[in-house]
Design a protein around this ligand. Structure first.
Ligand code: COA
Length: 155
């Protein structure tokens, strides 16, 4: 199914303000469009009240995930800096866990740059580290940072 252009616009609007450029983690529009074209990727847009953002409504946070065999991978997850620490990230993770369960996933995976403050949010939702890719991410200043893979079993 084709993703509405407006939804990609709203994902990109959050993307453009949410990721620190120093880490080069944000995706460009083409990457998002290509992921959604394949058909096994899912997104969730949330408004400032923490509810699903309806068509035409401003989104302040989103997740993008990919379904695999009995697992789901969180590819991207962000909240507008002006709306942080209000529980919106928690709502998005909670939605993702229940959506992944309904899609048949037995575990949710994600990769995170070492020392990302999001770690406490992941751990409080049942994620734990299962592996490290040394120097996986390259910052814009050339320094490298490990990627930590986290897993959350889905009951
Ligand atoms: C990670 C992110 C999505 C969290 O969104 P959020 O809406 O602020 O998260 P919540 O308000 O739901 O946070 C819930 C809890 O998680 C923890 N937490 C969230 N952000 C935190 C931070 N920066 N530092 C420490 N703890 C944090 C806290 O325990 C928080 O509860 P509290 O505010 O009552 O202390 C947001 O910081 C973000 O967009 N970061 C940039 C993009 C990014 O790094 N994404 C993750 C890639 S792996």
């Amino acid at each position: 199914m084709t993703t509405p252009t407006d939804d990609i616009d709203r994902i990109m609007a959050v993307m453009s303000v949410a990721f620190d450029p120093a880490f080069g983690e944000a995706w460009n529009r083409r990457q998002v469009e290509d992921a959604l074209l394949i058909g096994n990727c899912h997104y969730f847009l949330v408004n400032a009240a923490g509810k699903p953002a309806m068509t035409g409504e401003q989104a302040v946070g989103f997740s993008l995930s990919r379904t695999g065999f009995e697992e789901e991978e969180l590819l991207l997850f962000a909240v507008n800096p002006e709306c942080r620490r209000k529980g919106i990230g928690q709502i998005i993770i909670g939605d993702l866990l229940s959506a992944a369960r309904s899609r048949g996933a037995k575990r949710l995976l994600l990769e995170m740059r070492r020392d990302n403050p999001a770690e406490s949010l992941y751990r409080s939702n049942g994620f734990s580290p299962i592996g490290t890719r040394s120097d996986y991410y390259r910052q814009t200043d050339g320094r490298c940072i490990d990627a930590i893979t986290f897993e959350c079993p889905i009951a």
